[in-house]
Design a protein around this ligand. Structure first.
Ligand SMILES: [Zn+2]
Length: 306
């Protein structure tokens, strides 16, 4: 292979170069063959090709790759990749197009209809990839990306988990009561498996570790931070996600009074209840918390259940 590479690079004819561009173009299979994509598969470097044929655009023209672009010639496509545009101008155009859509994200499909100045290739060609371009423009990397916080992803997963009474399947994230789509999980965590792993990791963390994480995440609001540090979690009414998961798992996602669960009764809503009410000094700790269905919980009011 090494020999072949050297041989092609040093002694290749123009025809060999053109054949190589065409070969890689078929492999890549995109509307426009960018240098970056080419270099992943090409045996002759794009640098050599540019030197030999006087530029990447010329090389594509010589290879007559314009034919396959329905109605558009290479040069017209390339005009959209306009070299005269500065990085700043391209990024500004990206933001403007996203604004037109009233979003903080734009897809490669959407840029086609929302920009006269640039195409997806312009961005990919200039910044290396579509998401790198979006990042530089200060846009979101996915339609879901920052719409939810990490904690909201976990909260929602726990809701669905509770609803199913077991670890949910990805498709179930598309159904009630999930508020976040399957693809959002996949794009946020890389895959459903990774999302579940991250969730379990988070749930397994000790409370003080969770605490620490939360404190570092609210550094923007120093007053809030001080409040959080000064009140230990067992003296707060709020039941942290990890603790909630532990209680639900311990109680098998069922009401410990009547045994109903959302998995068997869709109307069933599970609450985490303070056994000794918080208002009467009950702590927010594992031993003072129990899983109750809405009915049993509301029936209970503030009376002690033991
Ligand atoms: Zn019940």
């Amino acid at each position: 292979m090494k020999f072949e590479l050297k041989n092609l690079t040093r002694n290749c004819s123009d025809k060999e170069i053109i054949d190589e561009i065409k070969r890689v173009d078929v492999i890549v299979g995109k509307e426009l063959l960018t240098r970056k994509d080419y270099d992943e598969h090409g045996k002759i470097t794009s640098g050599t090709i540019q030197k030999r044929l006087g530029g990447w655009q010329k090389a594509l023209n010589v290879a007559k790759l314009g034919h396959k672009y329905s109605g558009r010639t290479v040069s017209e496509k390339m005009r959209k990749q306009n070299k005269n545009l500065t990085d700043k101008e391209i990024l500004k155009e990206l933001r403007t197009a996203a604004e037109k859509l009233d979003k903080n994200y734009i897809s490669q499909e959407e840029i086609k209809d929302n920009s006269e100045m640039i195409s997806a290739s312009t961005v990919i060609y200039r910044f290396g990839s579509w998401s790198k371009g979006l990042k530089k423009a200060g846009l979101q990397l996915s339609p879901y990306g920052k719409r939810f916080t990490e904690n909201e992803y976990y909260e929602n997963l726990l809701n669905v988990w509770t609803h199913c009474g077991r670890q949910p399947f990805l498709r179930e994230m598309a159904e009630h009561p999930s508020a976040i789509t399957p693809s959002a999980y996949e794009s946020r965590f890389g895959s459903w498996r990774k999302a579940l792993e991250a969730f379990i990791n988070k749930m397994d963390k000790k409370d003080d570790e969770l605490e620490q994480k939360e404190i570092t995440s609210v550094v923007k609001e120093p007053e809030e931070e001080i409040k959080k540090i000064s009140v230990p979690s067992e003296d707060r009414h709020e039941i942290k996600l990890g603790l909630r998961y532990k209680i639900l798992s311990r109680d098998k996602f069922k009401c410990i009074k009547c045994g109903t669960s959302p998995a068997t009764d869709p109307k069933c809503k599970l609450h985490i209840d303070h056994i000794i009410p918080f208002s009467k000094g009950g702590k927010t700790i594992l031993d003072n918390l129990q899983t109750l269905c809405e009915k049993c919980n509301l029936g209970k009011g503030n009376r002690h259940s033991k």
